[in-house]
Design a protein around this ligand. Structure first.
Ligand code: COA
Length: 247
């Protein structure tokens, strides 16, 4: 595992930290492979009860690395899709701490987390439409399920930013903290507290909370990925990526 994804066990919590702050934690194919390995480790370990997901630096994640996207083949076996499928099928609770920008998959991954804390400077967006792309990560349905269909329509069809107040008021995040250090402290403390419950009861509770939806979400992620893969090949998407990378 590279140092772009840090993994540290603290008691019965596995802390997974996205760690590419110089590129705003934009995610590459190799980083998705690391994330898959980290989440699978948490899922399979008898010692881990809860995952705590966070990032280093001022931004949670600028989403997919657009340069990497232009160079890497995309299909259902791609590490990014495998990451989403792995996260969606986690049976152990995942607590996420989000600060600064959370763009694209930086937001959609949160839809598979069980508790999401944010800092007051959070700025979330799903700007697929601005990039010639379509919703991914289950967001075409899960965003509406979490926040209501009118908000999901607005966010996905305009790609506009969602600031802390709106995120909290619409239930996109559980709670907002004044600064990022408090955010990380509180999210870490919550993960620790939750991890004191037995693994059996945590897993059984999450299973009840998710109900039957996991298999539907898996199918949705694959369906979205198929359309997303076609859009990635479009001139519209390539031009949008070029425009960002050559600003
Ligand atoms: N892919 C590749 N590189 C990215 C990136 C991405 N998604 N997001 C940021 N970077 C790189 C920039 O190219 C820049 O690299 P450089 O220092 O070598 O020039 C570096 O990260 C810093 O980014 P910058 O835009 O200067 O930081 P900022 O603080 O002004 O803005 C963001 C932060 C997140 C708001 C802005 O980087 C952004 O909008 N990123 C693109 C988000 C996006 O469209 N993601 C895809 C969603 S599908």
């Amino acid at each position: 595992m590279s140092d772009l994804v840090l993994v540290e066990q603290q008691g019965a919590v596995l802390e997974i930290q996205i760690n590419r702050p110089d590129k705003m934690n934009a995610l590459t194919d190799a980083m998705y492979a690391d994330l898959v390995a980290a989440f699978k480790k948490a899922e399979q370990s008898k010692e881990i009860n809860v995952v705590y997901l966070r990032s280093s630096g001022p931004h949670f994640s600028a989403g997919n690395d657009l340069a990497d996207f232009l160079e890497t083949e995309f299909n259902l076996e791609s590490n990014v899709v495998q990451f989403l499928l792995t996260l969606a099928q986690m049976t152990k609770p995942v607590v996420a701490a989000v600060n600064g920008a959370a763009v694209g998959i930086g937001l959609t991954m949160l839809l598979h987390c069980d508790i999401v804390f944010a800092s007051a400077d959070v700025k979330l967006s799903v700007p697929f439409i601005k990039l010639g792309l379509t919703p991914e990560g289950g967001s075409s349905q899960l965003l509406a399920a979490r926040c209501g269909d009118l908000k999901a329509n607005e966010w996905l069809l305009t790609g506009r930013n969602i600031l802390a107040n709106e995120a909290e008021n619409t239930g996109l995040v559980n709670q907002v903290f004044e600064n990022v250090d408090t955010l990380w402290d509180e999210a870490g403390a919550l993960a620790q507290k939750m991890s004191k419950s037995s693994q059996d009861v945590l897993v059984a509770s999450k299973l009840l909370l998710k109900g039957e939806q996991v298999s539907d979400v898996v199918q949705l992620i694959k369906k979205e990925a198929t359309i997303f893969g076609q859009r990635l090949q479009s001139q519209e998407a390539k031009a949008a990526f070029d425009a960002f990378l050559n600003r």
